[in-house]
Design a protein around this ligand. Structure first.
Ligand code: GDP
Ligand code: ZN
Length: 317
């Protein structure tokens, strides 16, 4: 055997650990001229990549080489904070991303949720909402949560009602992770680490507040790994600094493509390039009037339109 395909499960900065399709994990180097077309990135290969490895005969002391990256279904990245347009890809081929939200301690705003979802749509990363800390909700909070869940379920997003403390909803969440490459995001303090610890007992995570503190260190930013799930072939991506995905550059009329219920009405607007803000005979604003489009969603949509030109990169998204 001279070549084998595999899955990159760890990136240490100096080499990649590849779980090859013959079941063997091998440390590999990347060939110097490896490049991904169309993406200007500081790092060509990331966890979640499917790669083709050229094997070097064992015992010779030489490394195996990653020859080729197979086409990606999706990827997420962090934009460099400066304007160099360089970006740092964090992971590829994500099957499911879970946005952890809380209505109290701290409160996740619907604007944050919607902006996250729109970016996830743009990156083609299927996303589910995980409302955590349900044990802290009073009656009013429960009612608001029910409303939000009805809203997002209606749009097509799977929602989970969980508590990392009481264990509510964890079984269903765990089922959704089976055999998938998954990613947890969300504001600091919403309970990501607590949830992951409950889902994967004994896991040693670097995400969360602790790694955020080291986040500027070169080593910790390049190091990322996938943690195997105990009960299936799935993996959880563990990478520092994910709060969301970098905001994409998009045209005004493109923003609505990433709000599925707004996009669905677009064909009924008089103008094909309607931005649903001021145009006459706009089906979206009509739907807003009679409650078929939620006001909170429309506000989030406007917020992206408003600041996307001023600020292409916002660290919190
Ligand atoms: P992270 O920053 O998202 O990783 O959040 P942590 O996992 O560190 O959790 C932040 C705080 O919320 C900790 O004090 C946890 O004990 C608490 N917490 C997490 N999940 C729950 C929950 O479901 N219910 C309650 N009451 N507290 C929780
Ligand atoms: Zn319109």
């Amino acid at each position: 055997m001279q070549e084998v395909q595999g899955l990159v499960i760890r990136n240490t900065g100096s080499h990649y650990l590849v779980l090859c399709d013959d079941g063997v994990e091998r440390a590999c180097l990347a060939k110097g001229n490896l490049r991904l077309r169309g993406i200007r990135s500081t790092n060509p290969i990331v966890v979640g990549d499917r790669v083709e490895v050229k094997l070097t005969p064992e015992g010779g002391g030489e490394a195996h080489f990653i020859k080729e990256i197979l086409p990606r279904r999706n990827y997420i990245l962090r934009r460099a904070a400066n304007l160099s347009k360089q970006s740092h890809i964090l992971a590829a081929n994500i099957d499911a991303s879970f946005l952890v939200c809380t209505l109290v301690a701290p409160e996740t705003s619907t604007t944050f949720i919607d902006r996250f979802l729109a970016n996830a749509e743009a990156y083609r990363v299927p996303t589910q909402l995980v409302f955590n800390k349900t044990d802290l909700l009073n009656e009013e909070g429960q009612a608001y949560l029910a409303e939000l869940i009805a809203l997002y379920t209606g749009i097509g997003y799977t929602c989970h009602r969980v508590s990392a403390i009481t264990g509510e909803g964890l079984e269903t969440l765990s089922e959704q992770m089976q055999d998938k490459i998954t990613l947890f995001s969300g504001h600091s303090g919403v309970g990501k680490s607590t949830l992951i610890n409950a889902l994967i007992p004994g896991v040693d995570l670097r995400t969360g507040d602790i790694s955020q503190a080291h986040y500027t260190g070169m080593h910790t930013t390049t190091f990322s790994q996938m943690i195997p799930l105990p009960t299936s072939k799935g993996y959880l991506i563990d990478t520092p600094g994910i709060k969301g995905f970098g905001l994409l550059d998009m045209q005004d009329e493109e923003v609505s493509h990433y709000f599925p219920e707004i996009f669905a009405l677009q064909p009924q607007c008089r103008f094909g390039n309607c931005t649903h803000t001021h145009e006459p005979a706009c089906a979206v604003r009509e739907a807003l009037e009679d409650g078929r489009i939620a006001e909170s969603r429309y506000i989030s949509y406007l917020s992206i339109l408003e600041d996307k030109d001023e600020e292409k990169y916002r660290p919190e998204y």
